[in-house]
Design a protein around this ligand. Structure first.
Ligand SMILES: CCCCC/C=C\C/C=C\CCCCCCCC(=O)SCCNC(=O)CCNC(=O)[C@H](O)C(C)(C)COP(=O)(O)OP(=O)(O)OC[C@H]1O[C@@H](n2cnc3c(N)ncnc32)[C@H](O)[C@@H]1OP(=O)(O)O
Ligand SMILES: CCCCCCCCCCCCCCCCCC(=O)OC[C@@H](O)COP(=O)(O)O
Length: 429
């Protein structure tokens, strides 16, 4: 066992994994380009083909997680909702604190048969990442610049395009908008305070506009929101390099299915609903920290062999020509070809390191890092705070599925609601 572990961390194994991933990825990107004319003839067929091509890329990373590192993923969820997973369109709301959270998400997508078709609201910068980012163009991933004035139109348009998507998909939203860092947390809690919202311990304050626009544009085609909270056992902070070195982690995911009809249509109420949801997510994380598990029963979606089969297929296809090339290089070794090969390998490793860097929190963007000036906070009128508190309390009342949380609100809850409503309606007159 220790020998196998040692083997997994060897440079040559890593090189093989990278070689297969990059070369197969570029071939698939090329095949995706070849599907372009088909979009004009049969859009739905082109989409179905791209779903399968996309699967060939993303499932390689799932194979690395499941089969190479042996990472285990446990699902906590209501057994009544379980049969619906993978058989309907859904919006997934996930916390954003771990470097491989997207990969664990992919693993669950694979187990429920929606990996090729899964979508995300992703920052524009990711669309430039070779292989994965390029693949996403053909999968109609929704990109945003995290500038609302520009995003409101483009994001809505991209979401509208998904209304006639031919296969079931999960649409992932990281409402926190960026990965958790202590500094970003501190700043977002200043914002929470200035808006009169309760503080969160484990999450950044969610950005509400992306959620609202997604719900509004996908209403009627998406059946539910899957509120998902992910954590790793033993306070581990897993990363992609650990996975590639064959390190095993244990992920726990808690999923609650919330029918879309329960989400308010009005923007302010929808925002209040989301803030309330993050309060709940925070309490689930607290529960996990205290007890080492999430509430509710465990169900085990079976691991499927397709990710491994796909990887073996590409490995067989691509390792043979690599062997031939190396043999030829060695037999005809001229200084020039050796130097050219070394230069090429170095360039590829720099590129690969940059790609891995995209997943690292230490290299996270500066989004959400800007201090909110005290002047700006002081300017926030008290009535506005009262209004947002009112909206927040009101949403707590009206959403029956959140009834559990209402109990946590103080006894003067109703009186506060009426008072805030009065202040709010006076201020808007
Ligand atoms: C079940 C298992 C999972 C299944 C997985 C399924 C599918 C997998 C598929 C693919 C996996 C690939 C994964 C790739 C991951 C890539 C993810 C990303 O790229 S995350 C980043 C991009 N996404 C988002 O940002 C989404 C959330 N953001 C939003 O919704 C934003 O609103 C926005 C639409 C992007 C617009 O952003 P913008 O900043 O322009 O506007 P905002 O309204 O958000 O900001 C102004 C607003 O916010 C207040 N404010 C200011 N500072 C802060 C702060 N630090 N924190 C919180 N709020 C802040 C400010 O006061 C304004 O408030 P108001 O709204 O009242 O005006
Ligand atoms: C067998 C396969 C092995 C090969 C390994 C392949 C590694 C490929 C690496 C490329 C990965 C590209 C997908 C990146 C997804 C990163 C998701 C993510 O977490 O993005 C961060 C944003 O949400 C927020 O950004 P920040 O504002 O925090 O900054």
């Amino acid at each position: 066992m220790a020998l196998l572990q040692q083997l997994k961390s060897q440079f040559v194994c890593q090189m093989i994994i990278w070689y297969v991933f990059l070369v197969s990825g570029l071939i698939i990107n090329l095949l995706q380009i070849c599907t372009l004319p088909l979009w004009l003839v049969s859009k739905q067929l082109a989409r179905r083909i791209n779903i399968r091509l996309g699967y060939c890329i993303s499932s390689q990373m799932v194979a690395a997680l499941e089969w190479w590192s042996g990472t285990e993923c446990t699902l906590y969820t209501d057994p009544k909702s379980y049969p619906l997973y993978g058989n309907e369109n859904a919006i997934v709301v996930l916390n954003h604190s771990h470097e491989i959270d997207f990969l664990c998400g992919w693993t669950f997508c694979d187990r429920f048969g929606v990996l090729g078709s899964s979508k995300v609201l992703a920052k524009k910068e990711l669309s430039y990442v070779p292989v994965i980012g390029w693949m996403w163009y053909f999968l109609e991933i929704v990109f945003c610049k995290r500038k609302w004035e520009e995003d409101r139109k483009t994001v809505a348009q991209s979401l509208q395009n998904l209304r006639d998507y031919p296969e079931n998909y999960w649409f992932l939203l990281f409402c926190e908008g960026t990965r958790f860092t202590p500094k970003k947390h501190q700043i977002s809690m200043q914002v929470a305070e200035s808006k009169g919202l309760p503080k969160l311990k484990y999450h950044l304050l969610p950005r509400t506009k992306g959620f609202w626009i997604t719900v509004q544009n996908l209403r009627g085609t998406v059946a539910a929101v899957y509120d998902s909270t992910l954590n790793f056992r033993d306070n581990e902070a897993p990363n992609l390099l650990g996975i590639l070195n064959g390190r095993k982690y244990h992920a726990d995911l808690y999923v609650r299915r919330i029918p879309l009809e329960l989400i308010p249509e009005d923007e302010a109420e929808c925002a209040a609903w989301l803030h309330k949801l993050y309060q709940e997510k925070d309490s689930f994380q607290e529960h996990y920290t205290q007890t080492g598990r999430f509430p509710g029963p465990i169900v085990s979606p079976p691991q499927r062999p397709w990710a491994l089969i796909n990887w073996l297929f590409w490995a067989c296809l691509l390792l043979y020509p690599l062997g031939l090339l190396l043999a030829q290089l060695i037999s005809t070794a001229s200084i020039m070809t050796i130097l050219a090969s070394v230069a090429l390998c170095s360039a590829v490793s720099v590129g690969v390191r940059w790609m891995i860097g995209q997943t690292e929190i230490d290299r996270s963007s500066s989004y959400g890092n800007k201090e909110v000036s005290s002047k700006q906070q002081l300017k926030t009128p008290d009535l506005l705070r009262a209004a947002s508190l009112h909206r927040y309390l009101y949403a707590s009342c009206v959403n029956t599925h959140l009834a559990g949380l209402v109990q946590q609100v103080q006894p003067c809850f109703k009186a506060q609601c009426s008072l805030n409503l009065m202040l709010y309606s006076r201020s808007s007159r």
